[in-house]
Ligand binder design. Structure first.
Ligand code: ATP
Ligand code: MG
Length: 607
């Protein structure tokens, strides 16, 4: 197979490091186990943010990925096959810890051969370029192999979160008209219960289990791949051909089927290098499931395109188990989410100190606003600032981030990446000056931008309703130094007595109180004020509810917030409604409070 440089571009130099910068986080209180920062000085891939921001354009990054003749490309070739000839053939691509805590390892060569075999098998079943092949598996090695195999043959991968129930499955499989699904015996009954409603689904492939239990048009994964050759030529794709189809989290409404293309790999590759700062010897753990965009982009394609060893953990969440994963595999870079960090904080400092965690050098968070209190706590117990960054299923890659080379501002999502122009605008698309609240928009043109919403042009067009901007649906403001601050989803912003208040600032003030573990805030209609602020809170471990406690929480928030922004009503709950990806569903809190219809709840977490 002959690979060529992209037309007119020289092959770029990889991760040049010219300077050692000071450890980030100077603006944070330097308390706790600071020695970890000293032991792991950060020598980041991106050293000079301002310079890169002024000079970088995406054409410069084309040389970082491999191309076929005629400007063709395949993201899976870049994630796996190219490492057969760059010295990484025998490097561990995946450290997989299963639900019984057993570790298995796959090298890049293992992934290469196994995905080739499956790719051949899928082709024999008649899968063609553009067909939708969905993956409904827990975090087992086959999940990673399968996603790559589908992309290799030019089909469209459809990752599904393993905790989805029959309704969520039906919605996605019907909408996408998927023809093949790959699952396992534990998850298959959910599929069986809706199979009759899926006329397009031709084949089911089952990983593991008893072959004799399989029905018509159902195949054993092992039997299929064992019969195949481990050689396969990746399909040469047009950069604009679809790579994966992924549904959004459903936080604000019905999940949207976002279509991404092979060209995205340029964005995956560069942002992985800049934001995750992955370097050759890193052991990297992305806690997101590939059923969500973070798990697909930064759990598979981005790190593997950079040839980095990835950790996958199938077990459930609890503080000791997670910290054990870090210590057992000596994880150096850890990408997780605010909900997990808040739960870790709730589990207490002692849980941290029972473990070493000395291998960690870079910690990141995405998916929801990261409360400043959590960043402060991270600094205290991990000795590292947690780097928040912002993006969406639709954007396909990180766009705004606290980079290792810049000071972290707790509560801010960071600054736009090189090649990304983000802004805050009013409803007419006019840019607002620093300090003013408005719509968070981005100038179209970054490599991983959504290409369509699956068979829903109207929805797609809404994102681009004003020419020149992509409307994210989030509200934010920007400070004088160009850091962006998340305020809330456009729909969640509260209007109280003529003031606009974002739920995030109120929630952050609430979780600063030691008795509060989590908070969700909504606007509740009020004759006098338009809306009043109502807070739902979950108490920290061991705290008992009382009127005095509520009063103390109210007093605390009054001190922290502007007079109009404190919650007039506070209600204690055992838990908050969350999406399966762990995001607080404020629209449900509101619907329950007001006795309104709950809308689409297929994304609601059940336990
Ligand atoms: P849906 O679009 O179906 O309502 P969703 O928006 O939650 O669901 P995702 O694409 O998974 O689906 O999440 C993107 C959203 O998550 C962003 O629009 C933003 O609201 C939120 N988000 C992501 N990262 C951050 C962050 N660092 N700070 C604040 N919010 C964030
Ligand atoms: Mg969204």
């Amino acid at each position: 197979m002959k690979l060529v440089d992209p037309p007119g571009k020289a092959k770029g130099k990889s991760s040049a490091k010219t300077e050692i910068t000071a450890s980030p986080g100077q603006s944070l209180p330097q308390t706790g186990r600071q020695e970890i920062i000293k032991k792991c000085p950060i020598n980041p891939n991106l050293v000079h943010y301002e310079k890169a921001y002024q000079t970088f354009d995406w054409d410069q990054a084309r040389g970082e990925v491999d191309w076929f003749a005629g400007g063709k490309i395949n993201a899976a070739y870049n994630a796996v096959d190219r490492h057969m000839s760059d010295g990484r053939r025998n490097k561990v691509a995946l450290y997989a810890i299963d639900s019984r805590n057993k570790l298995s390892k796959l090298t890049f060569q293992d992934v290469y051969e196994q995905s080739n075999k499956l790719g051949n098998a899928l082709k024999k079943l008649g899968v063609e370029k553009g067909d939708r092949v969905f993956v409904f598996l827990p975090r087992v090695p086959e999940l990673y192999v399968t996603t790559v195999a589908i992309a290799k043959i030019g089909a469209i991968a459809g990752p599904l979160f393993s905790a989805f129930g029959p309704d969520a499955l039906r919605d996605r499989l019907q909408d996408s008209e998927a023809t093949v699904i790959i699952t396992n015996p534990e998850l298959k009954p959910k599929l069986d219960s809706i199979r009759k409603e899926l006329p397009d689904l031709a084949y089911v492939i089952v990983v593991g289990g008893d072959e004799s239990k399989l029905g018509e048009r159902e195949y054993s994964y092992e039997a299929l791949v064992n019969a195949e050759s481990d050689k396969l030529e990746c399909e040469r794709m047009d950069p604009e051909d679809p790579l994966y189809l992924l549904y959004t989290s459903g936080t604000t409404g019905k999940p949207k089927g976002v279509v991404h293309v092979h060209n995205d790999i340029i964005g995956h590759h560069m942002t992985t290098r800049w934001v995750l700062d992955l370097q050759e010897d890193d052991i990297y753990w992305c806690t997101a499931d590939p059923g969500w965009v973070t798990g697909t982009v930064y759990g598979i394609f981005g790190p593997w395109s950079n040839g980095i060893s990835v950790v996958s953990y199938e077990g459930r969440f609890d503080a000791d188990s997670w910290y054990n994963v870090i210590d057992k595999l000596k994880v150096t870079v850890w990408y997780t989410a605010p909900t997990a960090l808040r739960m870790l904080m709730k589990a207490g400092d002692e849980a941290v100190y029972r473990h070493s965690l000395a291998s960690l050098r870079h910690v990141l968070s995405v998916g929801e606003p990261l409360n400043p209190e959590v960043v402060r706590w991270g600094m205290k117990v991990y000795g590292l600032p947690i780097h928040d960054n912002w993006w969406q299923t639709e954007t396909g890659m990180q766009l705004v981030a606290n980079l290792p080379c810049m000071p972290v501002k707790p509560g801010s999502m960071g600054r736009p990446l090189p090649g990304v122009y983000a802004a805050v605008v009013n409803d007419d698309g006019e840019e607002l000056p620093a300090g003013e609240l408005g719509r968070l928009v981005v100038k179209p043109g970054w490599p991983s931008m959504l290409r369509s919403i699956w068979r829903n042009k109207e929805k797609f067009d809404e994102y681009f309703r004003i020419p020149g901007w992509y409307f994210s649906g989030d509200n934010a403001w920007k400070d004088e130094e160009g850091y962006f601050w998340f305020v809330g989803r456009a729909d969640d912003v509260i209007n109280t007595a003529g003031h606009r208040v974002g739920p995030f600032e109120v929630e952050s003030a609430l979780v600063e109180h030691e008795a509060v573990a989590e908070a969700g805030v909504i606007g509740k209609p009020d004759k006098e004020r338009g809306e009043i602020i109502k807070a739902f809170i979950v108490l920290a471990n061991g705290v008992t509810a009382s009127d005095e406690l509520i009063e103390s929480i109210r007093e605390h928030t009054k001190r922290q917030l502007a007079a109009h922004a404190y919650p007039r009503e506070i209600e204690i709950k055992d838990s908050l409604p969350k999406t399966r990806s762990g995001k607080i569903m404020r629209r449900l809190l509101k619907a329950w409070e007001l006795g309104l219809p709950t809308g689409d709840t297929s994304s609601l977490e059940e336990d």
